[in-house]
Design a protein around this ligand. Structure first.
Ligand SMILES: Cc1cc2nc3c(=O)[nH]c(=O)nc-3n(C[C@H](O)[C@H](O)[C@H](O)COP(=O)(O)O)c2cc1C
Length: 348
């Protein structure tokens, strides 16, 4: 457990913000399955763009467990401060600033991880946002280990964050220049943890309970953040947090429990996004979930081809039901030897 301002975070491993993935249905699911926190997809600080349906959906927190975390992306201190104030009015209970995203769309306008090049600007942004919501909600920072391998200024950025009143920091163990290539490195995260007193969360390539334990032991981090390993496996938080808090892996979920989670997830996507977007967004998640199935390629093709949410749901339910049944009656055991068939036939 660690604290972010007034909030005690109930479990050390949290869901990483992921644009296009961590919508409200996925955040609620991850929290139910044990994630300590789940931040929104990033929201631009440019309020002129807030009229789009996409951004309105990103700011919708109905039914989300506390504390509700909203991530903001931008480069202008005043715009970010105003965006933070307005999101607090809309229900945000923690504001997270994105200085980790390497996407071109974000970096071209100098925000996301591009900001790591300009430390004085980082200081101005963080101070402006903290001041804007001071007394109301804590502000956190999501960052990388630096701009590139020659300028790994993650420690300096973390110190600036602490001096600016940031309440916790999550660090992806890659530089901006690394994008997602190579392996995450955790030495810089360890150096960051040693340099600041605020909670530090380690992020990057954590995909199991054992990896989370090893990364936290190596870095001394207070918690960890998982992104891609939760794709098609939101139950990873149950496993990892169960292991970290009790020292033992919880018993694995049965296939029928996993099926119920997937179907519930689909229903919540359809209810939240509606028919057209719901169908499209569910395709992405079903693509990941299909990895559970023995005939993944064929199942994936059928999920992608379904032309309505009801057809897609029926197809997913049928495939998952078959998969559950196969666990109860594995094909080899269900095959009845011909002699027994005869007996059964006679008896009938
Ligand atoms: C599809 C996708 C979208 C992402 N969107 C965001 C985002 O909106 N904000 C952010 O701070 N990081 C974003 N990230 C980065 C993740 O939060 C995380 O730092 C990164 O994936 C490394 O963690 P992992 O190895 O556990 O996936 C995104 C990553 C992915 C794969």
């Amino acid at each position: 457990m660690f604290r972010i301002g007034p909030w005690t975070i109930p479990a050390p491993v949290v869901l990483a913000p992921m644009a296009g993935v961590t919508d409200r249905p996925f955040r609620i699911l991850a929290r139910r399955l044990g994630a300590g926190l789940a931040a929104s997809e990033m929201i631009t600080s440019d309020t002129r763009l807030w009229n789009s349906r996409k951004t309105r959906q990103r700011m919708n927190h109905d039914g989300e467990p506390e504390p509700r975390v909203v991530q903001l992306a931008g480069a202008d201190p005043e715009a970010l401060a105003e965006a933070a104030r307005r999101n607090v009015d809309l229900g945000a209970q923690i504001i997270d600033i994105n200085m980790g995203c390497p996407a071109k769309k974000v970096c071209n306008s100098l925000c996301g991880s591009a900001l790591l090049q300009d430390e004085p600007l980082v200081a101005r942004i963080l101070a402006a946002v903290v001041t804007a919501v001071q007394g109301a909600v804590p502000v956190t920072l999501k960052t990388r280990t630096g701009w590139n391998r020659d300028r790994r200024n993650g420690v300096r950025i973390a110190q600036i964050a602490e001096e600016s009143g940031i309440a916790a920091i999550a660090v992806h163990g890659r530089t901006r220049a690394d994008f997602y290539e190579g392996e995450a490195e955790y030495d810089t995260i360890r150096d960051i943890k040693a340099a600041v007193g605020i909670p530090v969360l380690a992020n990057g390539d954590i995909d199991s309970a054992d990896k989370a334990r090893r990364v936290m032991a190596h870095t001394g981090a207070d918690g960890a953040m998982i992104g891609r390993a939760a794709h098609g496996a939101p139950w990873i938080f149950r496993e990892v947090n169960g292991f970290l808090t009790t020292g033992a892996l919880p018993p694995p979920l049965s296939r029928s429990e996993q099926r119920d989670i997937v179907l519930l997830h689909l229903e919540s996507i359809y209810a939240f996004h509606g028919e057209d977007s719901g169908l499209r967004i569910a395709r992405k998640h079903l693509g990941w979930y299909s990895g559970l199935l023995d005939d993944a390629q064929d199942a994936r093709a059928r999920f992608m081809a379904a032309g309505s949410t009801s057809a897609q749901f029926a197809c997913a339910a049928e495939r998952l039901d078959e998969w559950v049944c196969r666990a109860v009656f594995p094909p080899d055991e269900t095959r009845i030897p011909p002699g027994n068939l005869q007996v059964q036939g006679n008896a009938g």
